[in-house]
Ligand binder design. Structure first.
Ligand code: HAM
Length: 357
């Protein structure tokens, strides 16, 4: 946790992740009464970790949470959202690792199995592993040190000691993933850093990232909502680490395809009167939530078109002396090259209709 004292000596902690805050908001706003909820969020998170490549004290997450379903198809649906995002961004060579971390019934058995196996090697393991042995033994498997990992070889699979319910749940999730043609592997060593998980846990990993190889992690958390004061409610979610996604894309030298259908209008104007008109319309479009931009540097017509291109504007709206005289502008679709005259009085409506398509 990133915890510090403020000037009044109060202890403050910056949020380390998005799931617990989303659950608190779900409870405070009584979203449960509206049935199943599919939520997403993005924003900075803070963890007081030892910084290294791909591991920072402030980083950005994009996450989704599906609250209200205990069905295995819900797990598979959320996992496929993660794999589809990677696919659409063009991220290659990923592996999807899946495990079940069990429930209140079988987790103690998994924990005991691990403790019994590891106890004789404790003196060879690092300080963190020794600490985790008594505080949270499953997290020992999270140790990234190669030296420690050699002692995990031969550990019996935790899958074999899952209770019936957890084992059935896992095999059903895998069947749904098979039918969606998602490639995955079951990794009985996969444990998650956060303690709220039950049953399915998963990670999307890239071999381009070294030790911090997970670009996305998540799983089921059927007890958290009750722990935070609500009714027992099943839930499943994940979060992507944005910096790690970007690291992979950079290494692959892949520019993510921008597939926004929302129009972005660049106003090209000639002369002072036209510039003021362009400024007026640019502000009107922005207040409608439509992205629009204008030239600020009194550039030539050619330079303004070049700028529109560089900014990847989807439409260019040209206003010159002739257009001012006729109370209209020339609207050019930059993808098709098609252009049409649009009266000033119709411009907002016309561009508004483009964003609805
Ligand atoms: P997490 O595995 O702790 O899960 O974090 C998700 C992702 O955030 C990781 O896979 C990684 O890409 C990125 N990440 C984590 N820590 C750092 C760091 N120090 N520096 C850079 N990137 C980092 C969660 O946070 C859960 N809330 C996910 C979840 C949602 N589970 C259920 N719903």
């Amino acid at each position: 946790m990133y915890t510090f004292q403020d000037k009044k000596g109060r202890s403050l902690t910056l949020r380390p992740e998005g799931t617990a805050p989303v659950v608190r908001s779900y409870l405070e706003n009584n979203l449960g009464r509206e049935g199943l909820q599919k939520l997403y969020y993005k924003g900075p998170m803070f963890r007081y970790e030892r910084p290294q490549a791909g591991r920072y004290r402030q980083f950005e997450q994009i996450g989704v949470e599906l609250i209200g379903s205990q069905a295995p198809i819900a797990d598979a649906e959320v996992i496929t959202i993660g794999t589809t995002i990677c696919e659409q961004l063009g991220i290659q060579d990923l592996t999807v690792a899946i495990n079940s971390v069990g429930c209140a019934v079988c987790r103690p058995v998994i924990r005991e199995q691990l403790k019994t196996f590891i106890v004789s090697s404790l003196k060879h393991l690092c300080e963190d592993c020794n600490r985790r042995y008594s505080s949270n033994p499953l997290r020992i498997l999270d140790c990234k040190k190669e030296h420690c990992q050699t002692y995990f070889a031969g550990l019996p699979s935790s899958i074999s000691v899952l209770c019936h319910e957890c084992a059935d749940h896992l095999s059903s999730v895998l069947e749904f993933l098979d039918s969606a043609q998602v490639k995955y592997h079951v990794d009985p060593f996969l444990v998650r850093g956060l303690d709220y998980y039950t049953k399915t846990a998963f990670e999307i990993r890239s071999d381009k990232l070294g030790a911090q190889n997970a670009i996305c992690g998540g799983g089921r958390y059927d007890e958290l909502i009750k722990e935070l004061g609500g009714q027992k409610t099943p839930a499943f979610g994940f979060a992507f680490g944005v910096e790690r996604m970007l690291m992979v894309l950079k290494q692959q030298e892949v520019q993510p395809a921008v597939r926004s259908t929302a129009p972005f209008v660049y106003f090209v104007s000639i002369g002072n009167v036209a510039a003021r008109k362009a400024f007026l319309f640019r502000n009107k479009l922005c207040s409608l939530g439509i992205r629009a931009d204008i030239d600020l540097e009194n550039r030539s017509l050619k330079a303004q078109f070049k700028k529109a291109d560089a900014l990847k504007a989807t439409y260019v709206c040209v206003i010159g002396e002739e257009e001012i005289a006729k109370n209209q502008c020339l609207l050019k679709n930059m993808a098709t090259g098609k252009q049409e005259q649009v009266g000033f009085k119709d411009l907002e409506k016309k561009i508004g209709s483009l964003s609805e398509k």
